[in-house]
Design a protein around this ligand. Structure first.
Ligand SMILES: Cc1cc2nc3c(=O)[nH]c(=O)nc-3n(C[C@H](O)[C@H](O)[C@H](O)COP(=O)(O)OP(=O)(O)OC[C@H]3O[C@@H](n4cnc5c(N)ncnc54)[C@H](O)[C@@H]3O)c2cc1C
Length: 417
Protein backbone atom coordinates (compact mmCIF):
# COMPACT_ATOMS: atom_id res chain seq x y z
CA UNK A 1 0.00 0.00 0.00
CA UNK A 2 1.23 3.48 -0.81
CA UNK A 3 0.93 6.43 1.55
CA UNK A 4 0.32 10.07 0.70
CA UNK A 5 -0.98 13.13 2.51
CA UNK A 6 -3.96 13.85 0.24
CA UNK A 7 -5.92 11.96 -2.38
CA UNK A 8 -8.07 13.98 -4.78
CA UNK A 9 -10.68 11.97 -6.68
CA UNK A 10 -11.60 13.38 -10.09
CA UNK A 11 -9.62 15.33 -12.69
CA UNK A 12 -12.31 17.69 -13.83
CA UNK A 13 -11.63 21.38 -13.36
CA UNK A 14 -12.61 21.18 -9.66
CA UNK A 15 -10.12 18.45 -8.77
CA UNK A 16 -7.43 20.24 -10.77
CA UNK A 17 -8.10 23.60 -9.08
CA UNK A 18 -7.71 21.82 -5.74
CA UNK A 19 -4.52 20.15 -6.94
CA UNK A 20 -3.05 23.53 -7.82
CA UNK A 21 -3.93 24.95 -4.40
CA UNK A 22 -2.47 21.90 -2.62
CA UNK A 23 0.77 22.27 -4.61
CA UNK A 24 0.95 25.95 -3.67
CA UNK A 25 0.60 24.95 -0.03
CA UNK A 26 3.25 22.22 -0.32
CA UNK A 27 0.86 19.30 0.26
CA UNK A 28 1.93 16.08 -1.48
CA UNK A 29 -1.05 14.57 -3.24
CA UNK A 30 -2.27 12.46 -6.13
CA UNK A 31 -5.35 12.96 -8.35
CA UNK A 32 -7.13 9.78 -9.41
CA UNK A 33 -9.16 9.94 -12.61
CA UNK A 34 -11.14 6.99 -13.97
CA UNK A 35 -10.87 8.24 -17.57
CA UNK A 36 -8.84 11.05 -19.11
CA UNK A 37 -8.55 14.58 -17.73
CA UNK A 38 -11.91 16.35 -18.36
CA UNK A 39 -13.59 12.97 -18.72
CA UNK A 40 -17.13 14.30 -18.22
CA UNK A 41 -16.75 16.80 -21.06
CA UNK A 42 -15.28 14.09 -23.31
CA UNK A 43 -17.86 11.39 -22.70
CA UNK A 44 -21.09 12.77 -21.29
CA UNK A 45 -22.10 15.80 -23.37
CA UNK A 46 -23.97 16.28 -26.63
CA UNK A 47 -22.19 17.30 -29.86
CA UNK A 48 -23.45 20.87 -30.27
CA UNK A 49 -23.02 21.89 -26.62
CA UNK A 50 -21.10 25.05 -25.90
CA UNK A 51 -20.45 26.49 -22.48
CA UNK A 52 -23.14 28.94 -21.47
CA UNK A 53 -20.54 30.93 -19.57
CA UNK A 54 -18.36 33.25 -21.71
CA UNK A 55 -14.68 32.45 -22.27
CA UNK A 56 -13.44 35.10 -19.84
CA UNK A 57 -15.50 33.43 -17.12
CA UNK A 58 -13.44 30.25 -16.82
CA UNK A 59 -10.85 31.55 -14.40
CA UNK A 60 -8.95 28.87 -12.54
CA UNK A 61 -6.14 29.34 -9.98
CA UNK A 62 -3.12 30.40 -11.99
CA UNK A 63 -4.90 30.08 -15.34
CA UNK A 64 -7.41 31.96 -17.47
CA UNK A 65 -8.52 32.77 -20.98
CA UNK A 66 -5.79 34.12 -23.21
CA UNK A 67 -7.45 34.16 -26.65
CA UNK A 68 -8.94 36.98 -28.70
CA UNK A 69 -12.61 36.10 -28.14
CA UNK A 70 -13.25 36.64 -24.41
CA UNK A 71 -17.00 36.96 -24.93
CA UNK A 72 -17.33 33.77 -27.02
CA UNK A 73 -18.56 30.41 -25.77
CA UNK A 74 -16.33 27.32 -25.85
CA UNK A 75 -17.30 24.24 -27.83
CA UNK A 76 -16.74 20.84 -26.19
CA UNK A 77 -13.36 20.24 -27.91
CA UNK A 78 -12.31 23.70 -26.73
CA UNK A 79 -13.37 22.97 -23.13
CA UNK A 80 -11.45 19.68 -23.17
CA UNK A 81 -8.35 21.40 -24.59
CA UNK A 82 -8.65 24.17 -21.97
CA UNK A 83 -8.85 21.75 -19.03
CA UNK A 84 -6.11 19.55 -20.49
CA UNK A 85 -3.86 22.60 -20.82
CA UNK A 86 -4.62 23.55 -17.24
CA UNK A 87 -3.61 20.09 -15.99
CA UNK A 88 -0.33 20.37 -17.90
CA UNK A 89 0.39 23.97 -16.89
CA UNK A 90 0.01 23.23 -13.20
CA UNK A 91 1.76 19.85 -13.57
CA UNK A 92 -1.07 18.16 -11.72
CA UNK A 93 -0.07 14.69 -10.42
CA UNK A 94 -2.95 12.96 -12.19
CA UNK A 95 -3.14 9.19 -12.52
CA UNK A 96 -5.55 8.65 -15.39
CA UNK A 97 -7.49 5.43 -15.99
CA UNK A 98 -7.52 4.85 -12.25
CA UNK A 99 -10.98 4.37 -10.81
CA UNK A 100 -11.58 4.72 -7.09
CA UNK A 101 -13.68 1.72 -6.14
CA UNK A 102 -13.96 2.33 -2.39
CA UNK A 103 -13.01 4.71 0.40
CA UNK A 104 -13.02 3.58 4.05
CA UNK A 105 -12.17 5.72 7.08
CA UNK A 106 -9.25 4.46 9.19
CA UNK A 107 -7.80 5.63 12.52
CA UNK A 108 -5.40 7.93 10.69
CA UNK A 109 -7.27 8.94 7.54
CA UNK A 110 -8.67 6.97 4.63
CA UNK A 111 -7.99 3.74 2.82
CA UNK A 112 -8.56 4.39 -0.87
CA UNK A 113 -8.90 1.32 -3.10
CA UNK A 114 -8.49 1.88 -6.81
CA UNK A 115 -8.57 -0.58 -9.67
CA UNK A 116 -4.79 -0.06 -9.80
CA UNK A 117 -3.84 -0.51 -6.17
CA UNK A 118 -4.43 0.69 -2.61
CA UNK A 119 -3.41 3.97 -1.03
CA UNK A 120 -3.62 5.45 2.43
CA UNK A 121 -4.10 9.20 2.89
CA UNK A 122 -4.67 11.52 5.81
CA UNK A 123 -7.00 13.81 3.90
CA UNK A 124 -9.34 13.23 0.96
CA UNK A 125 -10.93 15.58 -1.56
CA UNK A 126 -14.00 14.36 -3.43
CA UNK A 127 -14.17 16.14 -6.80
CA UNK A 128 -16.09 13.49 -8.68
CA UNK A 129 -18.67 15.96 -10.01
CA UNK A 130 -22.29 16.85 -9.33
CA UNK A 131 -23.63 15.38 -12.55
CA UNK A 132 -22.65 11.70 -12.65
CA UNK A 133 -26.11 10.18 -13.08
CA UNK A 134 -29.12 11.61 -14.92
CA UNK A 135 -32.16 11.97 -12.64
CA UNK A 136 -34.99 10.10 -14.32
CA UNK A 137 -38.33 10.14 -12.46
CA UNK A 138 -39.61 6.76 -11.32
CA UNK A 139 -42.75 7.20 -13.43
CA UNK A 140 -40.53 6.67 -16.49
CA UNK A 141 -41.06 2.95 -15.87
CA UNK A 142 -44.66 3.39 -17.09
CA UNK A 143 -43.63 4.65 -20.55
CA UNK A 144 -44.89 2.15 -23.16
CA UNK A 145 -42.19 0.15 -24.96
CA UNK A 146 -43.18 1.74 -28.28
CA UNK A 147 -41.74 5.08 -27.09
CA UNK A 148 -37.97 5.40 -26.87
CA UNK A 149 -36.57 7.25 -23.88
CA UNK A 150 -33.13 8.72 -23.43
CA UNK A 151 -31.21 11.01 -21.13
CA UNK A 152 -29.02 13.99 -22.04
CA UNK A 153 -25.96 11.81 -21.31
CA UNK A 154 -27.04 9.41 -24.07
CA UNK A 155 -28.18 12.12 -26.48
CA UNK A 156 -25.57 13.27 -28.99
CA UNK A 157 -27.56 14.83 -31.87
CA UNK A 158 -31.04 14.65 -33.45
CA UNK A 159 -29.95 12.04 -36.02
CA UNK A 160 -30.05 9.50 -33.21
CA UNK A 161 -33.81 9.98 -32.91
CA UNK A 162 -36.57 8.47 -35.00
CA UNK A 163 -38.61 10.86 -37.06
CA UNK A 164 -41.76 12.02 -35.28
CA UNK A 165 -42.66 13.91 -32.16
CA UNK A 166 -40.39 14.29 -29.15
CA UNK A 167 -41.41 15.07 -25.59
CA UNK A 168 -38.63 16.89 -23.75
CA UNK A 169 -39.24 16.84 -20.00
CA UNK A 170 -37.63 19.73 -18.14
CA UNK A 171 -37.05 23.32 -19.22
CA UNK A 172 -33.78 24.34 -17.60
CA UNK A 173 -30.61 24.92 -19.64
CA UNK A 174 -30.36 21.34 -20.92
CA UNK A 175 -34.08 21.01 -21.70
CA UNK A 176 -34.43 24.27 -23.63
CA UNK A 177 -31.22 23.65 -25.60
CA UNK A 178 -32.27 20.13 -26.61
CA UNK A 179 -35.86 21.24 -27.37
CA UNK A 180 -34.51 23.94 -29.68
CA UNK A 181 -32.08 21.64 -31.51
CA UNK A 182 -34.50 18.73 -31.88
CA UNK A 183 -37.39 20.91 -33.05
CA UNK A 184 -35.18 22.58 -35.65
CA UNK A 185 -34.27 19.09 -36.95
CA UNK A 186 -37.90 18.65 -38.07
CA UNK A 187 -39.11 16.57 -35.11
CA UNK A 188 -41.98 18.46 -33.46
CA UNK A 189 -41.18 19.05 -29.79
CA UNK A 190 -43.53 19.22 -26.84
CA UNK A 191 -41.77 20.68 -23.80
CA UNK A 192 -42.97 19.82 -20.28
CA UNK A 193 -42.20 22.85 -18.13
CA UNK A 194 -41.85 22.79 -14.35
CA UNK A 195 -39.89 25.23 -12.20
CA UNK A 196 -37.40 27.11 -14.36
CA UNK A 197 -35.28 30.27 -14.29
CA UNK A 198 -35.71 32.61 -17.23
CA UNK A 199 -32.78 34.85 -18.08
CA UNK A 200 -31.78 37.10 -20.97
CA UNK A 201 -28.49 36.33 -22.71
CA UNK A 202 -27.65 40.03 -22.81
CA UNK A 203 -29.02 42.94 -20.83
CA UNK A 204 -28.23 46.61 -21.25
CA UNK A 205 -25.58 45.67 -23.79
CA UNK A 206 -23.65 43.25 -21.55
CA UNK A 207 -23.79 39.48 -21.10
CA UNK A 208 -25.99 38.43 -18.17
CA UNK A 209 -23.05 36.52 -16.68
CA UNK A 210 -21.02 39.74 -16.75
CA UNK A 211 -23.73 41.50 -14.77
CA UNK A 212 -24.11 38.68 -12.25
CA UNK A 213 -20.35 38.51 -11.79
CA UNK A 214 -19.87 42.29 -11.48
CA UNK A 215 -22.86 42.81 -9.17
CA UNK A 216 -21.62 40.08 -6.84
CA UNK A 217 -24.63 37.80 -7.38
CA UNK A 218 -22.38 34.82 -8.17
CA UNK A 219 -20.18 35.49 -5.13
CA UNK A 220 -23.06 35.20 -2.66
CA UNK A 221 -21.92 32.83 0.08
CA UNK A 222 -23.67 29.70 1.31
CA UNK A 223 -23.85 31.07 4.85
CA UNK A 224 -25.52 34.31 3.67
CA UNK A 225 -28.67 32.81 2.11
CA UNK A 226 -31.83 32.15 4.12
CA UNK A 227 -32.44 28.63 2.84
CA UNK A 228 -29.29 26.92 1.57
CA UNK A 229 -31.04 23.57 1.06
CA UNK A 230 -33.44 25.26 -1.34
CA UNK A 231 -30.68 27.38 -2.95
CA UNK A 232 -28.76 24.20 -3.76
CA UNK A 233 -31.75 22.86 -5.68
CA UNK A 234 -32.37 25.91 -7.86
CA UNK A 235 -32.35 24.87 -11.54
CA UNK A 236 -29.84 26.18 -14.06
CA UNK A 237 -30.63 29.39 -15.94
CA UNK A 238 -32.33 29.03 -19.33
CA UNK A 239 -29.25 30.05 -21.28
CA UNK A 240 -27.37 28.89 -24.35
CA UNK A 241 -23.89 29.91 -25.45
CA UNK A 242 -24.37 30.61 -29.12
CA UNK A 243 -22.20 32.81 -31.35
CA UNK A 244 -25.26 35.02 -32.06
CA UNK A 245 -25.86 35.46 -28.31
CA UNK A 246 -29.51 34.48 -28.70
CA UNK A 247 -31.95 34.44 -25.78
CA UNK A 248 -33.36 30.94 -25.41
CA UNK A 249 -36.44 31.37 -23.23
CA UNK A 250 -39.85 29.78 -23.66
CA UNK A 251 -40.98 32.64 -25.95
CA UNK A 252 -38.08 31.84 -28.29
CA UNK A 253 -39.14 28.20 -28.33
CA UNK A 254 -42.84 28.83 -28.96
CA UNK A 255 -41.69 31.27 -31.65
CA UNK A 256 -40.26 28.35 -33.65
CA UNK A 257 -43.29 26.14 -32.95
CA UNK A 258 -42.38 24.20 -29.80
CA UNK A 259 -45.53 23.30 -27.84
CA UNK A 260 -45.47 23.98 -24.09
CA UNK A 261 -47.23 21.83 -21.52
CA UNK A 262 -47.11 21.79 -17.71
CA UNK A 263 -44.87 19.73 -15.49
CA UNK A 264 -45.06 16.00 -16.15
CA UNK A 265 -47.22 14.75 -13.29
CA UNK A 266 -47.86 11.08 -14.08
CA UNK A 267 -48.25 8.34 -16.67
CA UNK A 268 -51.27 6.06 -16.51
CA UNK A 269 -52.57 3.61 -19.09
CA UNK A 270 -50.23 4.97 -21.73
CA UNK A 271 -51.30 8.59 -21.15
CA UNK A 272 -48.87 11.24 -19.95
CA UNK A 273 -50.49 13.69 -17.54
CA UNK A 274 -49.33 17.27 -17.24
CA UNK A 275 -49.90 19.63 -14.33
CA UNK A 276 -52.12 22.66 -14.84
CA UNK A 277 -49.46 24.90 -13.31
CA UNK A 278 -47.80 26.08 -16.55
CA UNK A 279 -49.06 29.69 -16.36
CA UNK A 280 -48.13 29.95 -12.69
CA UNK A 281 -44.66 28.52 -13.27
CA UNK A 282 -44.07 31.00 -16.10
CA UNK A 283 -45.42 33.95 -14.10
CA UNK A 284 -43.12 33.03 -11.21
CA UNK A 285 -40.15 32.75 -13.52
CA UNK A 286 -40.93 36.15 -15.09
CA UNK A 287 -41.14 37.62 -11.60
CA UNK A 288 -37.77 36.17 -10.59
CA UNK A 289 -36.12 37.41 -13.77
CA UNK A 290 -37.55 40.88 -13.02
CA UNK A 291 -36.01 40.74 -9.54
CA UNK A 292 -32.61 39.81 -10.96
CA UNK A 293 -32.80 42.72 -13.40
CA UNK A 294 -33.84 45.06 -10.54
CA UNK A 295 -30.73 43.96 -8.62
CA UNK A 296 -28.57 44.63 -11.66
CA UNK A 297 -30.14 48.05 -12.26
CA UNK A 298 -29.62 49.07 -8.63
CA UNK A 299 -26.00 47.97 -8.77
CA UNK A 300 -25.43 49.83 -12.07
CA UNK A 301 -26.81 53.03 -10.53
CA UNK A 302 -24.81 52.64 -7.31
CA UNK A 303 -21.61 52.15 -9.32
CA UNK A 304 -22.32 55.10 -11.64
CA UNK A 305 -22.66 52.92 -14.73
CA UNK A 306 -26.01 54.24 -15.95
CA UNK A 307 -24.48 56.57 -18.54
CA UNK A 308 -21.98 53.97 -19.76
CA UNK A 309 -24.46 51.21 -20.63
CA UNK A 310 -27.86 50.99 -22.37
CA UNK A 311 -30.90 52.07 -20.31
CA UNK A 312 -32.87 49.53 -18.24
CA UNK A 313 -35.71 47.68 -19.95
CA UNK A 314 -37.98 44.74 -19.25
CA UNK A 315 -38.90 41.72 -21.39
CA UNK A 316 -42.39 40.74 -22.56
CA UNK A 317 -44.00 38.17 -20.24
CA UNK A 318 -43.78 34.51 -21.19
CA UNK A 319 -46.57 33.63 -23.61
CA UNK A 320 -48.60 30.61 -22.56
CA UNK A 321 -51.40 29.21 -24.74
CA UNK A 322 -55.05 29.54 -23.59
CA UNK A 323 -55.42 25.89 -22.63
CA UNK A 324 -52.25 23.82 -22.91
CA UNK A 325 -53.00 20.08 -23.13
CA UNK A 326 -53.23 18.31 -19.79
CA UNK A 327 -52.51 14.87 -21.22
CA UNK A 328 -51.10 13.08 -24.26
CA UNK A 329 -51.86 9.59 -25.46
CA UNK A 330 -48.53 7.86 -26.02
CA UNK A 331 -50.18 5.01 -27.92
CA UNK A 332 -51.23 7.30 -30.79
CA UNK A 333 -47.70 7.44 -32.21
CA UNK A 334 -47.49 11.25 -32.01
CA UNK A 335 -44.61 11.05 -29.51
CA UNK A 336 -41.84 8.69 -30.62
CA UNK A 337 -39.17 9.73 -28.11
CA UNK A 338 -39.01 11.14 -24.60
CA UNK A 339 -35.89 13.00 -23.46
CA UNK A 340 -35.52 13.26 -19.67
CA UNK A 341 -33.89 16.65 -19.16
CA UNK A 342 -34.74 16.36 -15.47
CA UNK A 343 -31.36 17.02 -13.92
CA UNK A 344 -28.39 15.06 -12.68
CA UNK A 345 -27.11 13.73 -9.38
CA UNK A 346 -23.74 12.63 -8.02
CA UNK A 347 -22.72 8.98 -7.60
CA UNK A 348 -21.22 8.00 -4.23
CA UNK A 349 -21.68 4.24 -4.56
CA UNK A 350 -17.93 3.83 -3.91
CA UNK A 351 -17.94 5.89 -0.69
CA UNK A 352 -18.02 3.65 2.37
CA UNK A 353 -18.05 6.31 5.10
CA UNK A 354 -20.94 7.43 7.31
CA UNK A 355 -21.30 10.85 5.68
CA UNK A 356 -24.44 10.49 3.56
CA UNK A 357 -27.84 11.87 4.61
CA UNK A 358 -31.19 10.18 4.00
CA UNK A 359 -31.24 11.45 0.42
CA UNK A 360 -27.79 10.04 -0.29
CA UNK A 361 -26.14 13.47 -0.31
CA UNK A 362 -22.89 14.18 1.49
CA UNK A 363 -23.32 16.08 4.77
CA UNK A 364 -20.96 19.01 4.68
CA UNK A 365 -20.53 22.60 5.79
CA UNK A 366 -19.39 24.57 2.76
CA UNK A 367 -17.42 21.57 1.47
CA UNK A 368 -15.99 20.56 4.86
CA UNK A 369 -17.43 17.05 5.11
CA UNK A 370 -18.76 15.48 8.31
CA UNK A 371 -15.71 13.21 8.53
CA UNK A 372 -12.25 14.39 9.68
CA UNK A 373 -10.00 15.45 6.82
CA UNK A 374 -12.60 14.89 4.09
CA UNK A 375 -13.57 17.65 1.65
CA UNK A 376 -16.03 18.09 -1.22
CA UNK A 377 -15.71 20.25 -4.35
CA UNK A 378 -17.77 21.20 -7.40
CA UNK A 379 -21.30 20.97 -5.97
CA UNK A 380 -24.13 23.42 -6.52
CA UNK A 381 -23.78 26.40 -4.09
CA UNK A 382 -21.07 24.51 -2.14
CA UNK A 383 -19.60 27.73 -0.75
CA UNK A 384 -20.82 30.32 -3.26
CA UNK A 385 -23.56 30.64 -5.86
CA UNK A 386 -20.93 30.01 -8.54
CA UNK A 387 -19.44 26.89 -6.90
CA UNK A 388 -20.57 24.45 -9.62
CA UNK A 389 -19.30 26.67 -12.42
CA UNK A 390 -15.75 26.44 -13.70
CA UNK A 391 -15.32 30.00 -12.48
CA UNK A 392 -16.32 29.01 -8.94
CA UNK A 393 -13.75 26.30 -8.30
CA UNK A 394 -10.82 28.62 -7.60
CA UNK A 395 -12.24 30.44 -4.58
CA UNK A 396 -13.62 27.21 -3.09
CA UNK A 397 -10.33 25.36 -3.61
CA UNK A 398 -8.41 28.16 -1.88
CA UNK A 399 -10.77 28.15 1.12
CA UNK A 400 -10.88 24.38 1.45
CA UNK A 401 -7.16 23.81 0.94
CA UNK A 402 -6.53 26.38 3.70
CA UNK A 403 -8.88 24.41 5.94
CA UNK A 404 -7.12 21.16 4.97
CA UNK A 405 -3.73 22.58 5.93
CA UNK A 406 -5.11 23.77 9.25
CA UNK A 407 -6.59 20.32 9.82
CA UNK A 408 -3.22 18.66 9.14
CA UNK A 409 -1.61 21.00 11.65
CA UNK A 410 -4.26 20.17 14.24
CA UNK A 411 -5.65 23.71 14.26
CA UNK A 412 -9.29 22.87 13.31
CA UNK A 413 -11.74 20.05 13.91
CA UNK A 414 -14.64 19.07 11.69
CA UNK A 415 -18.02 19.23 13.39
CA UNK A 416 -20.76 19.10 10.78
CA UNK A 417 -24.36 18.35 11.78
C1 LIG B 1 -24.67 19.77 -19.60
C2 LIG B 1 -23.81 20.62 -18.71
C3 LIG B 1 -23.42 21.87 -19.13
C4 LIG B 1 -22.62 22.67 -18.30
N1 LIG B 1 -22.26 23.92 -18.73
C5 LIG B 1 -21.47 24.67 -17.96
C6 LIG B 1 -21.01 25.96 -18.41
O1 LIG B 1 -21.41 26.42 -19.45
N2 LIG B 1 -20.16 26.65 -17.62
C7 LIG B 1 -19.71 26.17 -16.42
O2 LIG B 1 -18.92 26.84 -15.76
N3 LIG B 1 -20.17 24.99 -15.96
C8 LIG B 1 -21.02 24.23 -16.71
N4 LIG B 1 -21.47 23.02 -16.23
C9 LIG B 1 -21.22 22.68 -14.80
C10 LIG B 1 -19.89 22.13 -14.44
O3 LIG B 1 -18.82 22.88 -14.96
C11 LIG B 1 -19.75 20.70 -14.78
O4 LIG B 1 -20.71 19.93 -14.07
C12 LIG B 1 -18.36 20.21 -14.45
O5 LIG B 1 -18.13 19.09 -15.22
C13 LIG B 1 -18.13 19.95 -13.00
O6 LIG B 1 -16.73 19.88 -12.79
P1 LIG B 1 -16.16 18.95 -11.72
O7 LIG B 1 -14.70 19.01 -11.85
O8 LIG B 1 -16.80 19.23 -10.41
O9 LIG B 1 -16.76 17.55 -12.19
P2 LIG B 1 -16.46 16.72 -13.50
O10 LIG B 1 -16.04 17.57 -14.63
O11 LIG B 1 -17.65 15.84 -13.69
O12 LIG B 1 -15.19 15.88 -13.05
C14 LIG B 1 -15.29 14.79 -12.16
C15 LIG B 1 -14.28 13.77 -12.59
O13 LIG B 1 -14.27 12.74 -11.64
C16 LIG B 1 -14.07 11.52 -12.32
N5 LIG B 1 -14.57 10.45 -11.45
C17 LIG B 1 -15.83 10.25 -11.03
N6 LIG B 1 -15.90 9.18 -10.23
C18 LIG B 1 -14.64 8.68 -10.16
C19 LIG B 1 -14.07 7.57 -9.46
N7 LIG B 1 -14.82 6.76 -8.70
N8 LIG B 1 -12.74 7.36 -9.59
C20 LIG B 1 -11.97 8.18 -10.35
N9 LIG B 1 -12.47 9.24 -11.02
C21 LIG B 1 -13.79 9.49 -10.92
C22 LIG B 1 -14.85 11.68 -13.60
O14 LIG B 1 -14.42 10.80 -14.61
C23 LIG B 1 -14.60 13.14 -13.93
O15 LIG B 1 -13.52 13.34 -14.80
C24 LIG B 1 -22.24 22.20 -17.04
C25 LIG B 1 -22.64 20.92 -16.62
C26 LIG B 1 -23.41 20.13 -17.45
C27 LIG B 1 -23.83 18.76 -16.97
Amino acid sequence: MRRITTVVIGAGHAGLAMSRCLSERGIDHVVFERGEVANSWRTERWDSLRLLTPNWQSRLPGFGYAGDDPDGFRTMPEVIAFIDRYAQTIAAPVQTHTRVISVHPTDAGYLVRTDRGEWHCRTLVIATGACNIPCVPRLAEAVPASVRTLTPMEYRNPDQLEHGGVLVVGASATGVQLADEIHRSGRPVTLAVGEHIRAPRTYRGRDIQWWMDAAGVLDQRYDEVDDIVRARKVPSLQLVGSPVRAMLDLNALTGIGVRLVGRLAGITDGRVLFSGSLSNQCALSDLKMGRLLDTIDRWATDYGLDDAVAPPHRFAPTRVGESPPLSLDLSRGEIRTIVWATGYRPDYSWLDAPVLDRKGEIRHDGGVVASPGMYLMGMQFLRRRKSALIDGAGADARDLSDHLVSYLHGRVTQDVA
